[in-house]
Ligand binder design. Structure first.
Ligand code: NDP
Length: 292
């Protein structure tokens, strides 16, 4: 069965639209998101435009703040402080990657965690680890929501995560191993968490043997065709986070054609995790607005 992220994301956008319409009807201000982009990375520009479009669709007010590549770290930090203190902005993101002369960690750490709708500040990550109310980064939130909407239970199951990045691998592993007390506004009630999680990376030995013991595999490596049919058991659930451009086509990290026949559930690329990531940013923005 295909885990249709595109369809689920559309459903969630409909729910958000209803909620934001109600906020508007009650005379309150609609949630407002600011997106800071530095330079002209084509992929980043596409992502930012998609985010702006998604905001417009659900009624979130969004502003794009664009800087040239040459901006200094100090000026960008000042912009972050300005947005932290701007009472009309509920949440903001600084689109990554930043140019080499700017220290990403320093910029992300300066964002007020209550407005950090990308969920990437050390404070939000730390709060997530401790099971405190936090804003969860968009891709892990989207994966969790997708599993929940398809009523795929994680309790007691062996989840293998391939990839240990701060934006995908580490946080999704953390969420799925937690006791399921991390309730999120607007998130379905299915029991999520309580899994036994193994995190793999490029130094992992015999990845295939580990994956064959998995009930659920989440691949976020950026390596096309990494997960092959001989690495999975029958009935596995496969979440493919990878986005790779091969011969002009977007492909994931999974050899979809050969893995899909063995899988109980699998996400396509495109149309799986990608749309869920964008809609999660919208959910996080509404959450930040409601928390104020
Ligand atoms: P990173 O490059 O930050 O991390 C990749 C991770 O995968 C690293 O931990 C790396 O190991 C591991 N890895 C790479 N190759 C292998 C391999 N052959 N075997 C085992 N582990 C491997 O990537 P991101 O987490 O940022 O992104 C991963 C992929 O997901 C990319 O394709 C990206 O475009 C996509 N992505 C998609 C999103 C979506 O919305 N669908 C959102 C975010 C990312 P090591 O640490 O040892 O180097």
């Amino acid at each position: 069965m295909i885990l249709d992220g595109k369809k689920i994301a559309a459903e969630i956008r409909g729910e958000l639209r209803t909620e934001i319409d109600a906020i508007k009807a009650s005379g309150q201000r609609v949630p407002k998101l600011a997106i800071v982009i530095v330079g002209h990375n084509p992929a980043s520009e596409t992502y930012v435009n998609n985010k702006l479009k998604a905001c417009a669709e659900v009624g979130i007010e969004a502003v794009k703040i664009a800087y040239e590549t040459e901006i200094t770290e100090q000026t960008l930090l000042s912009e972050v402080h300005r947005l932290n203190n701007d009472g009309t902005i509920d949440g903001f993101i600084v689109q990554l990657p930043l140019p080499d002369h700017i220290n990403e960690t320093r910029i992300l750490s300066a964002i007020d965690y209550r407005k950090d709708v990308d969920g990437l500040t050390p404070e939000n990550v730390g709060r997530t680890v401790q099971g405190l109310p936090s804003i969860i980064s968009a891709t892990p939130r989207g994966i969790r929501e997708l599993l929940a909407r398809y009523q795929i239970q994680t309790e007691g199951r062996h989840v293998v995560v391939i990839g240990r990045s701060n934006i995908v691998g580490k946080p999704i592993a953390m969420l799925l191993m937690q006791r399921p007390y991390l309730s999120l506004p607007g998130m379905s009630a299915a029991s999520l968490g309580d899994a036994t999680v193994t995190i793999c990376h490029s130094k992992t030995q015999d990845l295939g043997a580990i994956c064959r013991t998995a009930d659920i595999i989440i691949v976020a490596a950026g390596s096309p065709g990494l997960l092959t049919a001989d690495m999975v058991k029958e009935g596995v659930v496969v979440i493919d986070v990878g986005i790779n451009r091969v011969d002009g086509h977007l492909v994931g990290d999974v050899d979809f054609d050969n893995v899909a026949p063995k899988a109980a559930y699998i996400t396509p690329v495109p149309g799986g995790v990608g749309p869920m990531t964008i809609v999660s940013l919208l959910q996080n923005t509404l959450q930040a607005a409601l928390n104020r």
